[in-house]
Design a protein around this ligand. Structure first.
Ligand code: ADP
Ligand code: MG
Length: 313
């Protein structure tokens, strides 16, 4: 398989070793080359995040990430969220992309929003103050979120701003899905630090597959320095056109390298996914009985099965 040469360094994820959960290395950030734009101060140690009470019912926090744009991160965040809601779960979706597409997809205008995730991350406004209830609860983005990376970079604990903000609401939801921007910058790092797992939407094209190496490298760095539990929990092939050999090959390569991490659900290419946001709705509301909606219901079941398998392990 010639295309598999494109992914020379990818290895299937080894079975997770029961993690001894070492104390977070206080100065580990300094060792991570890409996270050290601002040296961590040696005085004034960062306040320890509030411990999550053992055994409490806590949301499963999932970041939807891929540094490539246009791979269906936002579409997957919303429609997976609505599908989980349909199954009776309490769902919060967080718009962490300054473009505000998730916010727009639920019929809100990011330019007209006064307080958003920017204020949560930078000014420590409680996240419950900026959540709007539409088909699911949405923590909204506004255009100022574009300045969040810069504003955060000067703050102590800049990688943990989202994790801290979520402490307030983690027991109110079963699932928190975070839509991230198309980069591996500080906003996405915040999502990785707050998350239990990462779901990676991947367009079924080989050029899209290459970015996974860089994504996995960033995650490895976050695991080492900031959040030992975060891992890729699943890969969703999106915009799949089964009529093309290329798309089928792309799936083969994905499965060759990631095995069971690749969900069985294929999100097919259809204009329904582009039409729904224009109406400010998920595809499950826009075309409830169509195959586009069904695909995300199938994905939701797979995500729940994965969570169940982990709980049973
Ligand atoms: P990202 O958040 O990764 O940038 P989006 O979810 O915004 O990607 O999707 C990019 C564009 O592709 C949007 O216009 C969206 O409506 C459209 N789209 C998403 N999923 C599909 C699909 N399965 N088939 C066709 N178009 C899609
Ligand atoms: Mg997006």
């Amino acid at each position: 398989m010639a295309l598999s040469r494109l992914l020379p360094r990818l290895q299937p994820r080894p079975e997770p070793v029961p993690d001894p959960a070492p104390e977070e290395p206080a100065h580990a950030v300094e060792e991570a080359p890409r996270l050290q734009a601002v040296p961590a101060p040696t005085s004034a140690p960062e306040p320890t995040p509030q411990p999550v009470p053992e055994g409490a019912l806590m949301a499963n926090v999932v970041a939807l990430a891929n540094q490539k744009g246009g791979v269906a991160k936002t579409t997957t965040t919303l429609n997976l969220g609505v599908a989980l809601r349909e199954l009776g779960h309490r769902v919060l979706v967080i718009d962490l992309d300054p473009q505000g597409n998730l916010t727009m997809s639920q019929g809100m205008n990011p330019d007209a929003i006064e307080r958003s995730m920017f204020d949560v991350l930078v000014h420590r406004v409680p996240i419950s103050d900026i959540i709007k209830t539409v088909e699911v609860d949405v923590a909204v983005a506004s255009i100022d979120l574009a300045g969040a990376e810069l504003a955060l970079s000067a703050l102590i604990g800049r990688e943990r701003a989202l994790e801290k903000a979520l402490v307030e609401v983690r027991d109110r939801y079963d699932y928190v899905l975070i839509d991230t921007p198309p980069s591996l910058g500080l906003l996405t790092i915040n999502a990785f630090v707050a998350a239990d797992g990462v779901i990676v939407p991947v367009q079924c094209e080989y050029l899209s597959l290459r970015g996974l190496v860089q994504l996995e490298n960033t995650l490895a760095m976050v695991r080492e320095n900031l959040n030992p539990k975060v891992h890729v929990q699943g890969i969703v092939p999106t915009m799949y056109d089964g009529r093309t050999l290329h798309a089928r090959e792309a799936i083969e390569i994905l499965e060759e390298h990631f095995g069971d991490l690749v969900y069985g659900t294929r999100i097919r290419k259809t204009v329904r996914y582009a039409e729904a946001p224009v109406k400010g709705s998920s595809v499950l509301k826009y075309d409830p009985t169509g195959p586009a909606a069904q695909a995300y219901r199938d994905l939701a079941k797979e995500v729940l099965d994965g969570a169940q398998a982990r709980d049973d392990a």
